[in-house]
Design a protein around this ligand. Structure first.
Ligand SMILES: NC(=O)c1ccc[n+]([C@@H]2O[C@H](COP(=O)([O-])OP(=O)(O)OC[C@H]3O[C@@H](n4cnc5c(N)ncnc54)[C@H](O)[C@@H]3O)[C@@H](O)[C@H]2O)c1
Length: 381
């Protein structure tokens, strides 16, 4: 088994500083690397703020927090940052060309023993791995935002990743008190994004096709499907830039995964990025996190079977294509999206036969994208 003690996190942005913090909290020696000292200074300030908060909530003592903070060493020099590194976790921006450039540099200076893990949300692990000299020692490790709070980490082997590294990565994720979910194949969107991103588009299609309002759809999603908030609300919270980018990446890899609705691109082009820009699917008045008023009454005006069908069809695809299984998908959706009810249970409430009928009718009307997955067809009662 590979022995992980020293970790280097590349990129100190939203994800990188959080990954560095959770690793240091579990006793690892962490080097945090970014291209400019000012980015590292900001990142270390954020780590300090987060640790201070844990101290004020009495979850850590001050000496413990000081020790954790001291375990993270910020560095700009790449070769220096990678010295004696066992596991390198890369969290640089989600741009394929940039990632490849970064790996070319890293590959040259990293020790022979260093294994590479990318925190990419949507880019193909195998393609990035194959640009390095060590594709068998390259893996996807997908933390969720914010890493300090989110329990889920998807672990994604590329085509050549060694089984030993898969096990080491799962053990590492557990060692930082997170819950690993293995996505056995390097498929577009892995598990959570393969369900979440297409659902935003399907909900947008539902508005026109079912003449439903956003708050009716969102109320049904929240009160009948057990989501923590409506799907348009969740899209606004995530950011339309993130959703748009994920859509492009995922759709370019696999046409079966998403039926893109033009509204997402339109909002992105209008710079209506959601909560953070004051406007997205909904309008927001201030800086404070606002919730959209949804209700059980509004939920009665929209039958969400189309959305349940979309979720289950993508979940079934993951099982049929041996990327995951039902229990792992449920765990990923519960921890990654906060779902309060297992989606296959919701499917049973609506009736798998009804869902297959719904998908077949949609396929006739709107095309092959909606063809029911063979697993769903076989699950009819
Ligand atoms: N933000 C999210 O919600 C989220 C969630 C899960 C996964 N991810 C993934 O994590 C990765 C990072 O995303 P982010 O949101 O933290 O991005 P970010 O833009 O906040 O941070 C990226 C950081 O990388 C730095 N950087 C650029 N080139 C570098 C290099 N050569 N070496 C070291 N650092 C370099 C940048 O200066 C920046 O500080 C992406 O692949 C993204 O898809 C993001």
């Amino acid at each position: 088994m590979l022995d992980i003690k020293n970790i280097t996190v590349l990129g100190s942005g939203i994800m990188g500083h959080g990954i560095a913090q959770v690793s240091a909290m579990s006793g690892y020696n962490v080097t945090l690397r970014d291209v400019e000292q000012q980015f590292l200074d900001k990142a270390m300030e954020k780590v300090k703020w987060s640790l201070d908060k844990l101290v004020s909530k009495q979850k850590l003592s001050q000496p413990e927090a000081d020790k954790i903070f001291a375990r993270i060493t910020p560095k700009v020099d790449l070769a220096d940052a990678l010295k004696n590194c066992d596991l390198m976790i890369e969290a640089v921006p989600e741009i394929m060309e940039l990632k490849k450039k970064v790996y070319a540099e890293v590959d040259k200076v990293a020790d022979e023993k260093t294994v590479f893990a990318s925190n990419t949300s949507t880019l193909p692990i195998t393609e990035i791995a194959n640009t390095t000299s060590r594709p068998e020692r390259f893996i996807g490790i997908h933390f969720f935002n914010p890493p300090q709070l989110m329990k889920l980490v998807e672990v994604i082997p590329g085509q050549k990743t060694s089984p030993e590294l898969v096990q080491t990565t799962i053990d590492f994720v557990k060692s930082v008190s997170k819950e690993p979910v293995l996505c056995k194949k390097d498929v577009a969107g892995f598990i959570v994004n393969r369900i979440f991103i297409p659902l935003v588009h399907e909900a947008a299609w539902a508005m026109a096709r079912d003449a439903a309002s956003m708050t009716e759809i969102d109320s049904a999603v929240k009160f009948r499907l057990g989501f923590p908030m409506g799907i348009f609300e969740l899209a606004d919270f995530t950011g339309l830039d993130v959703i748009h980018k994920a859509t492009i990446e995922m759709h370019s890899r696999d046409k079966k995964v998403i039926n893109p609705h033009p509204k997402i691109e339109e909002l992105f082009n209008q710079k209506k990025l959601g909560q953070k820009s004051g406007s997205g699917f909904y309008e927001y008045s201030g800086d404070k996190y606002e919730r959209i008023p949804l209700s059980e009454d509004l939920a009665k005006n929209f039958n969400p079977i189309r959305l349940v069908a979309n979720i289950l069809n993508n979940a079934a695809w993951l099982v049929t294509n041996q990327a995951s299984d039902i229990n792992e998908i449920e765990k990923a959706l519960q921890l990654g999206m906060g779902l309060k009810k297992p989606v296959f249970e919701t499917g049973k409430e609506f009736g798998v036969t009804n869902i297959v009928k719904e998908l077949t009718a949609q396929a006739q009307k709107y095309g092959q994208f909606y063809e029911p997955d063979p697993l769903l067809v076989s699950m009819q009662n």
